[in-house]
Design a protein around this ligand. Sequence first.
Ligand SMILES: Cc1cc2nc3c(=O)[nH]c(=O)nc-3n(C[C@H](O)[C@H](O)[C@H](O)COP(=O)(O)OP(=O)(O)OC[C@H]3O[C@@H](n4cnc5c(N)ncnc54)[C@H](O)[C@@H]3O)c2cc1C
Length: 457
Amino acid sequence: MTTAVESFDALRNRLTGELATPGEPLYAALTTGFNLAVTPTPAAVVEARSPQDVAEAVRFAGDAGYAVSVQATGHGIAATLDGTILVHTGRLDECVVHPEGWARVGAGVRWQQVIDAATPYGLAPLCGSAPGVGVVGYTVGGGIGPVARTYGWSSDRVRAVELVTGDGVLRRATPDEEPDLFWGVRGGKGALGIVTALEFDLVQLPSLYAGALYFAGADTAAVVHRWRDWSAGLPLEATTSFALLQLPPLPGVPEPLAGKYAVAVRFAWTGSPDSGADVLAPMRAVATPIIDAVQTIPYAAIGMVHADPVDPIPAVEATDLLREFPSEAVDALLAVAGPDARSPQVIVEVRQLGGALARPPEHPSALSHRDAAYSLIAIGVPVPPFAELIGPHAQALLEAIGPWADGGALPNMGAGTGAARLSRSYDPATLARLISIATRYDPHNVLRAGQVPVRVG
Ligand SMILES: Cc1cc2nc3c(=O)[nH]c(=O)nc-3n(C[C@H](O)[C@H](O)[C@H](O)COP(=O)(O)OP(=O)(O)OC[C@H]3O[C@@H](n4cnc5c(N)ncnc54)[C@H](O)[C@@H]3O)c2cc1C
């Protein structure tokens, strides 16, 4: 009888990259991702060096009855991926920026690499708040970044996708070739295949007026109520969010914020700096900021708007989408997550959506929730003494905001499997079409593991 190790040897011999099994140093390196709350335990990891390696792994998995999972950076690790074959894409690092305004990247590329390559041309990719996130994992989930209200969803900028479908075939999808895959991979996360390369449009944005105002905890109610009124009237040039922060006193956390409750108002303005300062003035006036870090910045510094952690941390997330955010919702949120609420969450963030995010896309896609007005996310760090408190508190928070929420979840935000999460991520027609396409291209249901798989088990 062939043992699992012997059969993995057969796969290893077909790869140009590496294959690692539990106990090998490479296995430990490749299964450690950004989110330390989850330790993946796949049966084997394939460190792909070419699209053909990805195809070999998927074909092998189909023949041998394994599920395949995929990871680039581990920012979206969802589950332990137990018993799967994990395809690690970190070595698929092609990154070419075309000066006429588009880029082609391999599946292992992070946003900062594209930002750096685009900067000499005054171009910018529509990245998210953290430039260390992977381009592909982010884009296949839609992608709402710091300038999203001006330019819309990152997935709407995609021109072409190369992916290995569940039947082990490498395909190219554009609006004209494989149109079902092109529709579904933009918003459908990894449900339809493992992307090996992505081509997408950039925007002309060498610099912008952006950053964050940080206020003391005592000013929270005034700041959040003002933010709600003020943001309702903002034009498309403005993208904004606020975050209730309880940052631990760790290296890199500014002294005025470390170990204290504070509220951050993030602001990115794609118009002229002077007009941005005028637009932001009412927020600057609501109280005296403890840090005022809104200024003209090169796009390459876009990560400072949200100032997300750059080093791996354990994190658990809870999320919802809001239809509206009236004054009563502010009070309800602050009752459970305000400065006096003893919340165990490190961050509770509300992003204003709308603007260009609400526009119909040029090419329809599997992305649902284009009409959501706000997104809410609570992030806790599961270490003592908070570990046991985070989940129940997040549940209480979602219940408190429930009257204004629609129960939806963007594919990028939080993680989860099963019918409940799927119905939060996709409207019924979109989910049915995703499942139908997945069934056609993935007869063995190999792609049943990941951040939001559409067919599980
Ligand atoms: C600090 C931080 C900041 C974030 N900021 C934002 C933000 O501003 N806006 C936003 O929209 N999201 C944001 N996210 C969420 C992020 O976009 C998702 O978690 C995304 O899935 C991360 O992709 P990754 O490849 O880096 O992560 P990974 O953990 O490597 O992958 C996560 C999932 O992405 C999919 N995926 C990855 N690679 C491939 C591939 N080659 N083919 C097919 N599917 C693939 C799979 O479903 C996989 O399970 C943030 C996350 C973190 C941790």
